[in-house]
Design a protein around this ligand. Structure first.
Ligand SMILES: Nc1ncnc2c1ncn2[C@@H]1O[C@H](COP(=O)(O)OP(=O)(O)OP(=O)(O)O)[C@@H](O)[C@H]1O
Ligand SMILES: [Mg+2]
Length: 433
């Protein structure tokens, strides 16, 4: 079995691109680690350095506790599956899966048995005689996995293996892949930009942005206590509401968080108010997920925000209301927007188009090189990296609610479910995790 450790691993390509920036990451024996981040953040580069297909510019890649920087790929006992895997088209499924065993000199009888075992575990036992062209996309993906796993590797590397498949099949294979790797006890590093995939499959998730590791933890940890504003914004659907708030301390009583014309009060005996109190007279970012907000009658006392519905989105099993509460939202860049829930439906395409045009013309102040200090700039004062705009608070409603756009709506805020970030985008916390 295998452990992986990356120690201050950096990869700078010849053209100066810093693809991976001082990453430290430990993957335990038998662990299913997911590398998550938007396109271009360096996920594949990390994987390729673990596989030995790319040399780190500096730092150490350790396999089983030993320095592996100079170990050739074939000596690393690693199997890899890519998004654009290729099967041998002229060989049957059986021969495709058996091929690595044949190369390794495994005798025909045990070879046959191992192929049958792997194929039945992957649910492709009945198509062993077919050629790849006679298979569905999902079946082909399983064959590629079977071929990778049949050698019983110590380490399994998968780079967006499901991204070519439709969503139903992805969900099905997700469960199968994580089930199979756990059953085999093989250490796995799985790359994806799909947060749902990461949260459902991973033992732990490592979230990257522009070559920098932002947070590592179990799905519950990274979702429930995101270490940075970026992670908070990246995980979850709808996206976490991120509001600019001014902090004012009333000693021994409470801390006021002013959101535009409204305010929330953090009681002084709440342990977090001591940490937030350090920002007295300053602005911070308050994060609230839709699940922290419950629609209530307008005159309900307590931690309630009043708003007006800007627009509604119907998702079948629920509806989302986007409320104007007169506050300012902090928009985080580089999210990669799988769900662009923050633009009104009619403007979505336009906004996306605008972003693309800005990227092409370079007029969005977006750094064109990989920032080495991506999370260090102020999110409240530097308009180039993050922007502020009128908040549209995402609130969950029942499917097809009686309200429509323009209706007033009051929401109760679960104060214990709030997240606080400083102007650099780091979590303001009391230190436990
Ligand atoms: N050979 C190379 N030379 C120069 N730059 C490269 C090279 N390979 C990758 N890059 C750059 O390094 C950065 C990280 O690339 P990488 O392929 O690791 O991203 P990724 O997270 O896997 O993205 P995706 O989700 O799109 O696959 C990108 O900016 C990419 O353009
Ligand atoms: Mg990639």
């Amino acid at each position: 079995m295998t452990t992986v450790a990356l120690k201050d691993v950096t990869k700078v390509f010849r053209d100066g691109t810093v693809a991976v920036d001082s990453i430290n990451l430990d993957v335990n024996d038998g662990e299913f680690m997911v590398l998550l981040g938007p396109s271009g953040c360096g996920k594949s580069t990390v994987l390729r350095m673990v596989a030995g297909l790319e040399d780190p510019t500096s730092g150490a890649v350790m396999l089983n506790g030993e320095l592996a920087n100079d170990l050739p790929p074939r000596e690393r006992k690693i199997a890899m599956v890519f998004q654009d895997f290729a099967l041998y088209p002229h060989m049957s499924v059986n021969d495709n899966i058996a091929f690595p065993l044949k190369l390794a000199g495994v005798e025909p009888t045990p070879r046959g048995e191992r192929v049958t075992d792997v194929a039945s575990a992957l649910g492709i036992g009945d198509v062993l005689a077919r050629r790849p062209s006679q298979l569905s996309g999902g079946q082909r993906q399983r064959v590629a996995m079977g071929r990778a796993i049949v050698r019983r590797p110590g380490l399994f590397l998968m780079d967006e293996p499901l991204s070519n498949l439709d969503s139903g099949l992805r969900a099905e294979l997700r469960a199968e892949i994580s089930g199979l790797t756990r059953e085999l006890g093989v250490t796995t590093i799985y790359v994806t930009h799909d947060q749902a995939e990461a949260l459902t499959m991973a033992d732990r998730v490592a979230i990257m942005r522009k070559g920098v590791l932002q947070d590592v933890g179990t799905p519950t940890q990274v979702y429930g206590r995101p270490a940075t504003l970026y992670v908070a914004a990246f995980l979850g659907s709808p996206r976490m509401n991120l509001l600019e708030a001014s902090v004012y301390v009333h000693l021994d009583r409470y801390v006021t968080l002013t959101l535009g014309e409204q305010a929330l009060y953090l009681p002084w005996d709440d342990i977090r108010s001591r940490a937030v109190a350090h920002y007295h007279g300053e602005r911070i970012v308050v994060g609230m997920r839709a699940e922290a907000l419950t629609p209530v009658a307008p005159d309900t006392p307590g931690d309630v925000l009043q708003g007006r519905i800007r627009y509604l989105e119907h998702h079948g099993h629920e509806s989302l209301a986007f409320l104007d509460i007169g506050a300012t939202a902090i928009m985080v860049d580089d999210i990669g927007a799988p769900v662009d829930a923050d633009a009104p439906p009619g403007q979505r395409g336009l906004r996306r188009f605008g972003q693309v045009m800005q990227r092409i013309t370079g007029r969005a102040n977006e750094p064109t090189t990989q920032a080495t200090n991506g999370s260090r700039t102020s999110v409240l004062h530097d308009p180039g990296r993050h922007h502020r705009r009128p908040a549209e608070l995402a609130v969950r409603l029942a499917p097809y609610p009686a309200v429509t756009a323009g209706h007033p709506l009051a929401v109760q805020v679960r104060m214990d479910a709030l997240h606080f970030f400083d102007e650099r985008g780091d979590r303001i916390d009391v230190g436990w995790r």
